[in-house]
Ligand binder design. Structure first.
Ligand code: PAF
Length: 253
């Protein structure tokens, strides 16, 4: 049975009880609005660990736009239904518990976090790294599972774990896509049917263009707003906006 914990004081008791059992712990941090991509992380964690912990926390500090935070889908009942049978524990903390310091203390990286997503979303990665560090400290997992769709986040979290000697194994998991190629994302559910159809061009153009500039041009010609397309270390990364919904993706070159 899945145990749901909302208070961090109760979580401390749960976690300490788990400590006595000598179980390996796999952790899947999320902001909820779970989909098949999250399910694949949970399934992998289930396969590789004795115990699986899922967190659902819409982290306010990683949103640079208050309207985007407001609109972020919150679907707790459906999330718990999806997690049932895969997660042993679901941690659903509230912001005041997570930020008793009101975000006076934060983790900041000063190189990779300044480009790509970081250049378009000021402060975003400080918020991500800070909340991931808090969650890793609370859960103390053996392994934590992150999707490759958020490539820059994955690289920054891996770098933080090495830099701060956190001793947790960060497991990269492949992007899960709809049959037309669009990467699964909690934001996809905000797309109108027309925008959803147009969004399928995004991964196709990223994959099929000869270079980053060509991809950006083809995306614009298709009527999509392009934040960036860049080729780095054998990967083409891009971000676009459709009807105010921001989508990111990356493909191997
Ligand atoms: O990828 C996400 O869902 C979030 O950025 C994360 C890692 C759960 C931190 O809030």
């Amino acid at each position: 049975m899945t145990r749901v914990t909302t208070s961090l004081r109760d979580w401390a008791a749960e976690r300490s009880a788990m400590g006595h059992l000598d179980l390996s712990i796999g952790f899947v941090p999320t902001m909820g609005a779970l989909h098949a991509g999250h399910r694949s992380l949970l399934e992998r964690a289930r396969k590789e660990n004795d115990c699986v912990v899922l967190s659902i926390f819409v982290n306010p500090t990683q949103f640079d736009d208050a309207a985007d935070l407001e609109r972020y889908p919150r679907t707790l009942d459906a999330d718990l239904a999806l997690a049932g049978g895969l997660a042993d524990h679901v941690l659903v903390p509230d912001p005041a518990d997570m930020y008793p310091d009101r975000y006076r203390y934060r983790v900041s990286e000063n190189t990779l976090s300044a480009i790509l997503e970081g250049a378009h979303r000021p402060g975003h990665f400080d918020g991500v790294l800070t909340v991931v560090l808090k969650l890793l400290n609370l859960v103390r997992p053996d392994r934590a599972y992150f999707g490759e769709k958020d490539r820059q986040q994955l690289d920054l979290v891996s770098g933080m774990v090495r830099a701060l000697h956190l001793g947790v194994d960060i497991v990269p998991c492949p992007t899960i896509r709809d049959p037309d190629g669009l990467a699964l994302s909690s934001r996809n559910r905000r797309l109108s049917p027309g925008a959803r159809a147009a969004a399928a061009l995004f991964p196709r153009i990223l994959r099929e263009s000869a270079d980053a500039a060509g991809a950006a041009g083809a995306l614009r010609a298709a009527g999509l707003d392009v934040d960036y397309v860049e080729d780095r270390d054998g990967i083409r990364l891009g971000a676009i906006r459709i009807e105010g919904v921001r989508l990111i993706d990356n493909v191997p070159l």
